[in-house]
Design a binder for this molecule. Sequence first.
Ligand SMILES: [Zn+2]
Length: 393
Amino acid sequence: MLKGYRYKLDLTPEQYHSLSQTCGNCRSVYNYLLGKQKEEYAKTGKFIRFKDMSKMLTALRNGDERPWLRDCSRVPLQQAVINLDRALTNFFNSRKKAAAGEGGQKAGFPAFKCKHRSEDTAKYVNGVAVDFVKRTINLEKVGKVKFLRNREFPSGSKIINATVTRDRCGDMWVSVLVEDGSSPVPKAKVSEEGAVGIDMGLKDLAILSDGTVYENPRYMEKLLGKIKVIQQAFSRTKAGSNRHEAMRRKLAKLYRKLRDCRVDYIHKMTCALTDNFSTVVIEDLSVKGMMSNHNLALHIQSASWGEIERQLDYKCKWKGVNLIRIGRFFPSSRTCSVCGYHNPDLTLSDREWTCPECGTRLDRDLNASVNILKEGLRIHLEGTRSKTAEAAT
Ligand SMILES: [Zn+2]
């Protein structure tokens, strides 16, 4: 199976400079070609094909306009072209799907990468070698660079690629994708026993149908408070000044700390989920994703939901756990999980309600997670029934 391993790089000033430059070059190639794509579309209503973009890269690299492109390996630059092509394809596919009335995550039109706002990356696909004894990784045209040891991948794994990232704090990381030769665990049978529904909450991070509540970690609020203070101070500094840059870094470090803590907490949760249950039911997040807005706490909450989904996706595959997604229009909060009564008057602020039909006192989020579980099992059963019906005819 494919697995990713991430290490922090420990670079000499020359190596740092060289990798920074490569990352910057990838961004500039991406932006250059995206600009050309926009021009072409405005003129002809068509986009430039991948093959022609590759030719344009060759011309750009051989020309006099940007001679510094020749200083770095061609491979990461070519990968930037592949990334752009993929982003465009995703955009068109999701537009086609939307036109056909299908759901799923919406992909926007690719945006220009900004030096300060996006993380810079450079992907190496060949000539990558890792030495765990010396703690070095070999990257084309840069040579052997040191990294801080973390988890080792099993010996005999085949390295697929390595992506170098310069984060917004200015630190460099490498993510190595390997094929470790293992095969996924076969899927367990779906049964009510061993199944769990998850409601991704607003107040709490997640509520399970068995009553377990994953609260938002406490440090989050503390860090958010700090971020707000620094953000204000930052907005008062003048762009281009030393103080502006110092504050930007400080802010980026706080955001990184927040993300690291959050992701770590979610890892613990998704590990427990995939170890203790054989079927996990979640909501299609495209609904909740739409709420991502300018409210910082909400924005972070929706990023957490995305992270939960991402981790469940691969951990379920590894461990043979069934992951069922239920439809975007299922009214999980408004339905009574005991008798099925539909309560149309429920508002977001109602944390608890009493079902007028059967008299049960319901906790909003727990009720939702029980409904999500029920709906997931129903969808699964319907799916297997229609499959056996098909097989019978
Ligand atoms: Zn009821």
